[in-house]
Design a protein around this ligand. Sequence first.
Ligand SMILES: [Zn+2]
Length: 74
Amino acid sequence: MPLTIGRWRIDRHEGAIYLQRQPNPRCRECGGEGSVDSPLTEHDRIVEPCGCWDPFRSIRIRFSRTVVTERYPF
Ligand SMILES: [Zn+2]
């Protein structure tokens, strides 16, 4: 389950933690939605990610698995 602190979304997945910056809630372009409509033609529009964040970029922090090997003298 993702955790959100400020503009950062923190997710744990398969032995790593992913940090992703979320859209700016005070952004003038998208108003915090993270996407903007770009008109291609009068009737056609394309939804693009806003420049205030990058939905395809995240910071991955891998944590090494601690392997405990204990040997007993018998
Ligand atoms: Zn924005």
